[in-house]
Structure formats: structure tokens, C-alpha cells
Design a protein around this ligand. Structure first.
Ligand SMILES: [Zn+2]
Length: 77
């Protein structure tokens, strides 16, 4: 137990505190391209929009931990 254990996200179902995944619903991925003089294309910007919910899950047992998502974002560096 370290001193930050109260801030640590722990799955209440299986106790996993290391592996998680985030799922975004209804994502529109728009990528802009520029065609070069030699007919090749270069990516020029990436505008993605999330229309739906963002869910946060335990990667061990798939428990829905979305209530911890705000804390996850706050601790994401
Ligand atoms: Zn779990």
C-alpha cells in the first residue's frame, strides 16, 4: 500500500488496479489530406468528434467503472 492508495482506481469486482480500457461511442473520425505535386497524399490534421458516451472498464473482468472515468482523466498524463 502506498500513500496514494485512496486515489488509486481499483476494480471492486476483481481487485485489478493496473489494466483498464476506455470505449468511446459514436465517434466520427475525420482526417484531412493534401494531395502533393507528385500525386502522393499527406495527412494534414485530424478532427475527431465523440458523439456518444465514453465508458471506462476493468480490463480483467470487464466491470463497468465509468463512475471512475473523471478520476481517470484527472490522473492521465
Ligand atoms: Zn475487474
Amino acid at each position: 500500500m502506498n500513500k496514494n492508495s485512496t486515489m488509486r482506481i481499483v476494480c471492486p469486482e476483481c481487485g485489478n488496479d493496473t489494466d483498464f480500457f476506455e470505449v468511446a461511442d459514436g465517434v466520427i473520425i475525420t482526417t484531412r489530406y493534401v494531395q502533393n505535386d507528385d500525386c502522393s497524399f499527406s495527412q494534414d490534421g485530424d478532427e475527431s468528434q465523440i458523439l456518444g458516451d465514453i465508458k471506462f472498464y476493468c480490463a480483467e473482468c470487464n466491470a463497468d467503472l465509468s463512475y471512475s472515468h473523471q478520476r481517470f482523466l484527472a490522473m492521465l498524463f
